[in-house]
Ligand binder design. Sequence first.
Ligand SMILES: Cc1cc2nc3c(=O)[nH]c(=O)nc-3n(C[C@H](O)[C@H](O)[C@H](O)COP(=O)(O)OP(=O)(O)OC[C@H]3O[C@@H](n4cnc5c(N)ncnc54)[C@H](O)[C@@H]3O)c2cc1C
Length: 414
Amino acid sequence: MKTKKIVIIGGGFAGLRAFYGLKHHKELDVTIIDKRSKSVEKPSLPEVAFSGKDVSKVLIDLKEIVEHHHGHYINDEVIKINPKLKHIHLKNGAKINFDYLIIATGAYKAFDAIKGFNEFGNSMCDEHHAVKLWEEIKDFKGGNVVIGTAKSVFGTRVKAPQLIAPCEGPIGEAMFMLDYHLRHKNLRDQSTIKVFTPGEIFFEDIGDHVRNKVGGVMQKRDISLHNNKVIVEITKNEIKYEDGTSMPCDLAIIIPPYKTFPLYKDSGLGDEAGFIPTDKTMKHLDYDAIYAVGDINALAQPKLGHIAIHQADIAVSAIMKEIKGEGEIIDFEPNVFCIMNMGGTDATLIYSDHLYNGTNDLAFHSPFAHMMKWGFDSYYFYTKGHMPPDFSMKATEKILSWFKTDKDKFIPFN
Ligand SMILES: Cc1cc2nc3c(=O)[nH]c(=O)nc-3n(C[C@H](O)[C@H](O)[C@H](O)COP(=O)(O)OP(=O)(O)OC[C@H]3O[C@@H](n4cnc5c(N)ncnc54)[C@H](O)[C@@H]3O)c2cc1C
């Protein structure tokens, strides 16, 4: 007999992680609802966009895995949530009740907020844009490339860093991978690469140590950086900014503003910007049965898969503690941990808790970092959305702790 009904909206990084965490508890009735039939492994999208990776290698069939693990999968869109009556409405008209709800829908990427994006813009934020961008890049004969992030706005109900560009890591991958591609094709001399950020500083989620290291490589590769640039429009041959300036542009690669879905404002679940405010156990500030994890959670800054996974683990531990009274609730200790591919076998692993007043701010620039990213992507894909085992993260942390004691000696960042 199933005891509690847990519904997860969204089968991306955070939703799948929560599902895998709950599936061990056979007495629970767990459902995933996703408007997509396949989960996208977004950290691999830059490889689709800049080196032509087969897109089928970043998509995971949700029905197959959820049903294999005795969960229920519903392929539909949630259009309304009634937090008081504890039910949700689907686009197909169905109404579903829950005892606990985990919201893991990610953020809404507002391409429509940038005038001219649909005609002249490119991105790598989903598989359709990534495939289209690779088609553009394959045929690109050189010219002015502009790469950057739009400005996002967040609410104030929870105490979290207010990042104006909440996910700039993929911009780092885009500029270095494209530079590599153009050099490889002997097109670099006929091209310029300009990178812009809406922030005072680029990569505002890391500390000066790492930022300076990345900046050094940008200089070496002749990639220029332009701060405080808020994009408003893309035309056939330029990008226009809020301050009235513009840049010539033949190929625009943009991460759009991170916004939210109207559903959260309508249901009274969002903060003033529409993101979901929770406490540090990921429980909604106003509703005990509702949790939010991943990019849609107002505490999730920057918007990173690494943080989405951590939040999913916390929510599962909190729900299980409440249902069974067992275990401990995991502490929320966010940090930036990501691997930035830079073309070929070059990559940089970044580990920083600078944003959270920590002392770690490390960059490990080496083909070894590329191998780790390849290992992660392959593991995630072939195990259908599982994270590598805990010991691999512990081993990585051990290696990083050696670097920490003697940064300059051990980190071959060149
Ligand atoms: C190009 C790119 C590269 C990145 N690289 C890295 C990296 O190297 N490392 C890293 O840590 N992070 C990286 N990130 C960030 C990372 O991908 C996100 O932080 C992560 O995907 C967030 O997970 P999520 O589960 O919150 O949302 P998502 O992964 O976006 O999943 C949300 C799911 O919810 C579903 N959904 C949405 N609304 C509804 C609805 N109303 N009804 C039903 N279903 C719905 C969607 O279909 C989707 O499947 C990258 C992001 C991008 C765009």
